[in-house]
Design a protein around this ligand. Sequence first.
Ligand SMILES: [Zn+2]
Length: 753
Amino acid sequence: MPAVEGVAWQRLVEHALAAQTRVWGGSFNLVVPMGWELADDELFWRLVDRFDPDVVALHLPTYADVEEIAPDKYADVIAQRDQQLRDAGFGDDTRAEAISRLHDELFWGMQLPPALQSRLVERVAPLRLGDEPRSVYVNGTTPPQYPLTDIAVLRELPASVVDVRSTLDDVNRLLLTHAVGRLLPSFNGALAERGITLTDVLIEHEEILLSRIWPPARGVFEHWYPRLLADIGLVRRLSVADRDQVVVVVGDEPRDFLLYHGLSRLRPYIYWLPATRLANEVFVHELAQAARDAIQREIGDGDLAITTASSDDAAAAAVEALKGVPGHNAPDARLVEWKTLVPQSYVWSADHKSERRVSLLRHGGETQELHTPTPVSVSTDNPSQLRWMVDVEVQGWCPARHPSLGTQVLRGPVVTDHDARTSVNGPSYFGLTPFVQAFLGLEGSTARPRLRPRAVVEQVADVLQPLGWEVSLSDKGTYALQSARLFGDVEALARALRSQATRALLDAYLTQTTTNDPGKYLKDTRRRYLSLEEAGNVIGDTDVATLVSELYDHDILVRGHILKCEYCRATSFYSLSEEQRFTCVRCRTGQRATRLSWLEEPEPEFRYALSEVLYQFLDNNGQLPLLVAYDHFVVGRERERQPFDIAFELDLTSPEGQLREHDIVATWGAELWLGEATVSDRLDESNAEEIERLERLRETTRALCARGVLLVTTSNRFSARTKQNVANVFADPARPDVIYREAFDAGSLAAAE
Ligand SMILES: [Zn+2]
């Protein structure tokens, strides 16, 4: 929502929040005050990322709205208009009519700056029209427009609604509407028409107001407050991870309010202390009491996190002010950086009763048509007035959130970027078809796309190939892919590499000497071959027969004999046929194995060779990027329970013909990450080459709209030069996240201890 000269931002934001009361699901929308450079604001992007919007709404008040928001400004403009008409010679009646016609017209127009629009598309992949997010205008005079759902047409409205207003100042009114919502005149009228009893409560004292909004839960929500109307039939999904802290946001700026508002929709126990209220004893006292109550009753113990988006001085003053409030068991207040308080997880509200679980058949890479669920908890007389998004969750698979992927993973004749996207939950689409026919009812009016699950490597190709890139799996990538197939999947391969016994055995095959022990080393093949006994010596206490037979069953170990050719004397490793025959790899002579072939032993000894793809995978250090990604996501972010997928090393050629290999291209849920892994303390020997490599990485990151970059080394740390280059190349604070993993141990887990 835009900033307007001469109108307090608190009033505009309050009105925008009140307008959300009439939008189904609106009470958990992020309302963003404007008036500063959003396109570069890290706070804005972190919050938008977590809210994951489907559409962008612009709050554009009408003349009627402005009459309420800023009566003085309204009076000035109307007087001016009247004078103009008077000067032009119009009579009283004509002038009055012209002015009354203004009532529903927009007071000011506004569009998002193009740079902000295209960044929104890149970063959160909302529904879109080309480079522009799908947008809708919201005001207090007209009902919410398509594709939003107007609460006033729902059949499930309560019999009575309590509307709380206040005669206090702008900050208090903003706090009140933020907590309980407010009925704007048009919504008020629409509810009255529906026969709903409206009870007005007027609060004239700050103490009473504060005690009603803090704590924001329970007490206040005994009645149907306007904000709850927006949530009819919806359940909010909130991570339990963020219930361990009570937070006070300090500051007077719109940006501080954005932080407060955003956090309070993402996690519980959030309070706002405007800097101008620091000297207000009532305000500080009520806030301190409420925050202490929350800590003692809800969390058990802990301290108070004080943060700010604008003024460290104000935050420091708040710490002192809150300490100064008497009371027993007063918790310590401490300063915390706001970034640490934005939750990792996402939050959204959904009609959980309409959830469906189905099995889908897949044919030619696509499923049958999805059986689109309709809202169960709410209904309307006219089916086209009920509008909703469908989130598709697929067990074990989630596409990256990217503006190009919506129409790649959701397919059908009428599926467009305007109705389909990839969200943080997976594929999402607008539930109604574009051609609603009332006589077909709601079930007959649903969109029915098919689903096309794509692996991460296919998604990368889906995104990059239309932009003129070439995408292919490198040799190293092929070894990794085949190795993962041997073990079953990527996670099984990673677990095997982290298992002490399995890893010791695999590493034995990679021993960098040309002599026997472990096993027998053959100069002709430059590989080694272990007997069961030798394998047992390598792995120690573990049951060697079980382990070796497991690996044998997966074709990871190949059983056979070392045999010498009778004709050309070449020694190699063979699995004998039923007739005890083998064909020499050097001279191609077929022959029957005899005592001569098995090197004077009394009988041929069984030995095990390592699968060649796995040998190549390990020999090329393929375990390093795999284990980093596995460790970082599957192990490190286990609580989030997201599907994991990794495209092993890809060769990407940009439209300009520049080749770049990236060690890690992985998805964790809807997040796409790129990464580089090295055993050195730098990413390239020369400074110039390192910078070029990083610039190419950034270019790929942008094309793929990647969420983050993992930089990994097995060395103790990256050099200062490398980190400086990274900081210079990835200068945008909001995206991508750059994470270093230093001194990474790609060995087995027990060995690392
Ligand atoms: Zn031979």
